[in-house]
Design a protein around this ligand. Structure first.
Ligand SMILES: Cc1cc2nc3c(=O)[nH]c(=O)nc-3n(C[C@H](O)[C@H](O)[C@H](O)COP(=O)(O)OP(=O)(O)OC[C@H]3O[C@@H](n4cnc5c(N)ncnc54)[C@H](O)[C@@H]3O)c2cc1C
Length: 337
């Protein structure tokens, strides 16, 4: 066999897992359905919030701390600047001095650079159509020869539910389209800042400083319409755009009232908005992660390393047991079908 491990999905999670596998000397192939880089998954774009302050499950705290350290190490090893933590000294509301902006596209570039430097192979534009379990797993795609490996790591982002269903697993996981809006800063004195407003359960907004487009702040709703990931841009975003405009008019007079640039991305949601990282119950050589619910980027180093260790037959370094899929009942699954 040419490869020992295949990683399906070259977003931030798959790229991270592939990096840690190759670093341990495993002959690895990283596969993606689209030509790389692309913006059709969840990891596209230039920026993501990272922080150590945790408003999710307590089990996430050690994972966030570990990833935060690891991002600094990856930046150093890859020789790429990945993190902006310097904020204005006149901040009044920030309680997490470690928080900042991860340069998302560069983070993926860093993982892939380290992966390829360690001898890893990338196969893009190669949609996986089926995964046939066994001691030797066969991976079939629409193009060319099948790939045979001993272990598979599956990180397909918004395609999580349909791909895992081909392995007999049904998950209460769905994809949403998220509007990514950039608003022109009209008041030059506006400080660049990272911001999350969870005060209203229905209108959770977040903002990042003008990293992508100088002079334009990124401010987005943390919710969107449910979609088929293959038809993302058919979804109508006009109601969410109106809500975002109202929010900006109420709270951000320093911004223009309409966004100048509109992009989109996808979240993969679970009922409790916590991710899934686990093994196939019957085929232990198949591991997977998904359902990161719009908050997974920052923890990609720890999740990737955990997946790599599991694919090598080891336990994860940190405790991921809160993120097993056994926490979901048939009732959860039925309610999403
Ligand atoms: C607008 C937006 C803002 C966000 N903000 C933050 C933030 O501030 N902080 C934070 O921590 N997180 C944030 N997130 C969440 C974070 O970006 C995601 O959790 C993370 O990128 C998920 O990565 P992934 O690798 O699981 O999925 P993806 O990036 O979607 O990667 C999955 C890959 O699998 C491939 N694939 C799927 N099916 C197949 C197949 N059959 N064959 C081959 N390849 C396949 C896809 O093409 C894709 O490249 C945000 C997400 C969005 C959309």
């Amino acid at each position: 066999m040419e490869y020992e491990v295949a990683v399906i999905g070259a977003g931030v999670m798959g790229s991270s897992a592939a990096h840690y596998l190759a670093k341990e000397g495993r002959r690895t192939i990283l596969i993606d359905q689209f030509p790389l880089p692309h913006t059709r998954g969840s990891s596209g774009g230039h920026s993501r919030i990272t922080r150590q302050a945790n408003y999710g499950s307590p089990a996430l705290t050690p994972i966030m701390l570990d990833s935060n350290k690891e991002w600094h190490r990856i930046a150093e090893q890859a020789g790429i600047d990945l993190l902006r933590t310097s904020f204005p000294s006149n901040y009044k509301a920030v309680v997490d001095p470690s928080a900042g902006v991860l340069l998302a596209d560069k983070c993926i570039q860093a993982f892939r650079k380290l992966y390829v430097n360690s001898g890893g192979t990338v196969l893009d534009n190669w949609p996986v159509t089926s995964i046939i379990p066994g001691d030797i797993i066969e991976i079939k795609g629409v193009q060319g020869k099948d790939i045979k490996v001993k272990n598979v790591v599956i990180c397909p982002g918004p395609w999580f539910a349909p791909l895992l269903e081909t392995l007999g697993l049904k998950f209460p996981v769905w994809a949403e389209k998220i509007g990514v809006f950039y608003w022109k800063i009209v008041d030059a004195k506006t400080p660049g800042f990272t911001f999350i407003d969870t005060s209203d359960g229905n209108h959770h907004f977040y903002a990042l400083p003008d990293v992508e487009y100088p002079g334009y702040m990124k401010l987005c709703p943390h919710v969107g319409p449910m979609i088929n990931p293959n038809e993302r841009d058919k979804a109508d975003m006009s109601r969410l755009l109106q809500q975002a405009q109202k929010y900006v008019a109420n709270y951000f007079p320093c911004l223009e009232s309409k966004p100048s640039v509109m992009e989109s991305c996808m979240y993969t949601l679970t009922p409790d908005e916590a991710f899934i990282l686990d093994r196939h119950p019957e085929h232990k050589n198949i591991v997977f992660a998904g359902g990161f619910s719009g908050t997974g980027f920052k923890i990609a180093p720890s999740c990737g390393e955990a997946l790599a260790r599991m694919a090598m037959g080891l336990d994860p370094k940190l405790d991921f047991s809160s993120f097993n899929f056994s926490r979901f009942t048939q009732q959860h699954v039925r309610s999403r079908l």
